[in-house]
Design a protein around this ligand. Structure first.
Ligand code: GRF
Length: 222
């Protein structure tokens, strides 16, 4: 029997939910997390169906029922807290969050973003990498701050940009790396090896100067 304490986790996802599925697979393979809740702003999000299929509690909360973005975010995050989650994972959650909702979760909320942050915060990251003529692209997992895609970066995965690549090519080739990157970063948090402190990210008790880099299935110091 696994006697390790499981970290209670909630996931927010607006769409397809392939990163959620990667977390579910990792959990099934021994990642020490307890998936308490999957919540979405879209009732029809496939992510909710994946959660249901895995027996995870779900919540579909429609922003249309709220007067302001802030009201919605505060109610959503209250429900997330009620689930007992101690880590909140944004996995394709396509909303800008109010600072009053984000701040209590500082150091306890991570996001996966398809660019090598600080490059290309926001949308259309693959297109922007191609337009810039980048020869390298990638994905990042970062702690969430009130600034969109602006919090401290925990870990990154890199891919080459090949001649003739389209946006769709980059998205397709990067996704399997996201699926390894996110569970690997969550594992370090669940194992207590990686924390956000007042001084920045600490990894094994030492300040992390550069994002960890994905090497195969493992995150390594750059
Ligand atoms: C991923 O590319 C993620 O990096 C971005 O949104 C996409 C979500 O995909 N934030 P999925 O819903 O996890 O399949």
């Amino acid at each position: 029997m696994n006697t390790r304490a499981l970290l209670p986790v909630a996931v927010l996802a607006s769409g397809r939910g392939s990163n959620l599925q990667a977390l579910i697979r990792a959990r099934d393979a021994g990642l020490p997390i307890d998936l308490r809740l999957v919540a979405s702003d879209r009732t029809e999000a496939p992510a909710l169906r994946h959660a249901e299929a895995a027996g995870i509690a779900t919540l579909a909360l429609d922003p249309a029922g709220y007067a302001t973005r802030r009201d919605y975010d505060l109610d959503l995050f209250r429900r997330v807290a009620e689930s007992g989650a101690q880590l909140l994972v944004l996995a394709g959650f396509m909303r800008i969050l109010d600072a009053d909702a984000v701040n209590p979760w500082r150091g306890r909320m991570v996001n996966v973003h398809p660019s090598l942050l600080p490059k290309y915060r926001g949308l259309h990251t693959h297109r922007r990498a191609l337009e810039a003529g980048d020869t390298e692209h990638g994905a990042s997992v970062h702690f969430v701050s009130p600034e969109l895609d602006g919090g401290p970066v925990i870990a990154q995965a890199r891919i080459d940009v090949r001649p003739g690549d389209t946006e769709a090519d980059l998205a397709e080739r990067l996704l399997p790396f996201e699926h390894r990157l996110l569970p690997a970063a969550v594992a370090l948090i669940a194992d207590g090896r990686l924390k956000l402190t007042a001084q920045g990210i600490a990894f094994d008790g030492t300040p992390l100067r550069q994002p960890l880099q994905l090497d195969g299935e493992t995150l390594r110091i750059a």
